[in-house]
Design a protein around this ligand. Structure first.
Ligand SMILES: [Zn+2]
Length: 267
């Protein structure tokens, strides 16, 4: 009986000592949160250029700023573990709010109100700090395979909650390739944008496309949708990766022009 008791105690101790591979990043996360709490809570002001230092008088009416975009990525890695490792090492300087594995498991890596490093140098419309305004979702996918049903179901559940909690406009649920067309091509053409649009996440062109008028300006329309058109060919390609997934190139044929017109009209 006594031995049995000791065995139970030993098992308990062993279990509580089980090494959590992410204990260092957990600790660092908590430490950073504490530092931010302190700096946000400080009632101090900075001197202006003219030498005046603003006086502090606290208001009572405020809350937290909310994300207004969701950016979807594929990880281009081979497993969830590999991605989690990448996002918990400080030398990589990349992260996302959520990672969804192939089997549908959702991992959250930082609070929605905090700024993850997933967009890089990116813009959508006049917004040039997408990381500050967005939630980043990474889908565990190597870029050359279809997205699993379980993964997309979890993504839909997550998008449903985010869209409701933060009142995110449907046109602000976008791809990494949309916000960084000359650098990125994720998520791949396998990504089911059409199905998502049918559920209220993003736009999709009509089956019967209306012919764009002769005066229709493609570059201007892409810019109004949100694309950075400095490199027009990249913007066209990114648009096609999202809306004409069977022809991902920079060819401006009639179908492409009419599809751009269709999405432009929805703005
Ligand atoms: Zn990406």
């Amino acid at each position: 009986m006594k031995n049995y008791f000791y065995a139970i105690i030993a098992l308990f101790i062993l279990n509580s000592c089980k090494i959590n591979p992410y204990r260092l990043s957990d600790r660092s996360y908590k430490k950073q949160i504490k530092a931010y709490q302190k700096s946000i809570g400080n009632a101090d002001t900075k001197p202006l250029e003219n030498g005046q230092t603003p006086k502090w008088i606290s208001t009572v009416n405020f809350n937290l700023r909310k994300p207004n975009f969701v950016v979807i990525h594929h990880t281009a890695q081979d497993s969830l573990q590999q991605t989690l490792r990448t996002f918990t090492l400080s030398k990589t300087q990349v992260s996302a709010h959520y990672v969804i594995s192939d089997d549908g498991t959702v991992v959250q890596m930082l609070n929605d109100y905090l700024r993850a490093w997933h967009g890089g140098n990116a813009s959508w419309g006049k917004n040039t700090d997408i990381n500050s305004a967005s939630i980043g979702i990474e889908l565990d996918n190597n870029g050359f395979e279809p997205f699993s049903e379980a993964q997309i179901n979890s993504l839909v559940a997550l998008l449903t909650r985010l869209k409701k909690d933060y009142n995110i406009p449907t046109n602000n649920i976008i791809a990494h390739s949309d916000i960084a067309p000359s650098r990125k091509a994720d998520p791949s053409a396998f990504f089911p944008w059409k199905n998502l649009a049918a559920l209220g996440f993003g736009f999709w062109p009509e089956d019967q496309l209306e012919k764009a008028p002769d005066y229709f300006n493609v570059e201007q329309a892409l810019r109004i949708i949100g694309y950075n058109t400095q490199n027009l060919s990249s913007a066209i390609k990114a648009f096609k990766l999202h809306y004409i997934q069977t022809e991902v190139d920079d060819t401006l044929d009639e179908k492409t022009i009419n599809t751009i017109y269709s999405i432009y009209k929805k703005q």
